[in-house]
Design a protein around this ligand. Structure first.
Ligand code: 9WO
Length: 257
């Protein structure tokens, strides 16, 4: 089943370039620089450029926001600095860029969307702040609009980092153990357990504070272990996320127009 599908990212040469446009450039490096994502950069699989939208403000005070037409609280991010930053980022690499705007108004993110993004040569992530971004520059950029969940944050930076983490770990060579990604919850490349949540995991000691590891896992019978894990995945999914068992639940809905 997974054998005939090309590895994620195999359809483009070279490494993935990710541009991030933000008014909080400093918060990215400490998060992205560590762990699997940082290792993937050291290995040359990915690189990112974090761009401060303020650098593109065409006024003395580096003002990138203004009061909303129609009134109301808060501020709105202006078109010009964002458009100029997008143009600049685009000019840094000749490969076509896929723009993504992280917003609660976007399509709910799924592992299928992450796999699609991981196959692109370039991503440009737009992280909004304040009350949001002037709709006219969004209309001009025509980014894919993606939500990482039905909750409101103070900005799109954390969702952008979530998306980068999810994408980068799928790049071939990013995980030490190459099978890991395909065995996850949600992976369409799984061994028939795609669409299912993960099973419980255990490590030593076999007995901890009187609690024993399920006997099948220490039986040495690999067939029984595989069956048990599959049953656990199925039971957990039925119990916690029955919606995932509905047909096409992991497919991307076509854009509604
Ligand atoms: C605020 C708000 C208040 C009441 C009803 C709806 C509302 N939507 C927003 C809103 O979108 N605020 C944004 C804050 C404006 C720009 C960036 N911000 C943001 C991005 N918050 N949360 C995200 C986000 C992005 C992706 N996935 C989940 C949340």
């Amino acid at each position: 089943m997974s054998a005939q599908s090309a590895p994620v990212g195999a359809n483009h040469p070279g490494s993935l370039r990710i541009d991030v446009l933000t008014i909080f450039p400093d918060i990215f490096e400490p998060v992205l620089g560590s762990s699997i994502v940082g290792r993937a950069r050291s290995a040359g699989l990915v690189d990112w450029a974090i761009t401060d939208i303020r650098d593109f403000a065409d006024n003395k005070h580096q003002k990138v926001d203004d009061r909303p037409f129609g009134g109301g609280p808060g501020m709105v991010m202006m078109c010009q600095p964002i458009w100029d930053a997008v143009q600049w980022a685009q000019s840094q690499d000749e490969r076509p860029v896929t723009a993504v705007h992280l917003t609660p108004q976007g399509e709910p993110c799924t592992q299928a969307i992450i796999e699609e993004l991981a196959a692109k040569p370039r991503l440009l992530l737009l992280a909004g702040h304040y009350e949001g971004i002037d709709q006219r520059v969004i209309d001009r950029i025509e980014p894919r609009e993606i939500s990482i969940g039905d909750f409101v944050l103070s900005g799109g930076e954390l969702p952008a980092m979530c998306l980068i983490d999810a994408v980068v770990r799928l790049l071939p060579g990013a995980l030490g153990h190459e099978d890991s990604a395909s065995e996850d919850s949600f992976s369409p490349m799984g061994e028939g357990d795609e669409r299912l949540l993960d099973c419980p995991h255990y490590t030593r000691p076999r007995v901890w504070e009187g609690r024993e590891v399920p006997g099948v896992l220490t039986s040495g019978d690999h067939g029984k272990v595989a069956d048990w894990r599959h049953e656990q995945k199925l039971a957990r999914t039925k119990d916690r996320r029955p919606d995932l068992l509905e047909p096409d639940s992991l497919k991307n809905d076509p854009p509604q127009t």
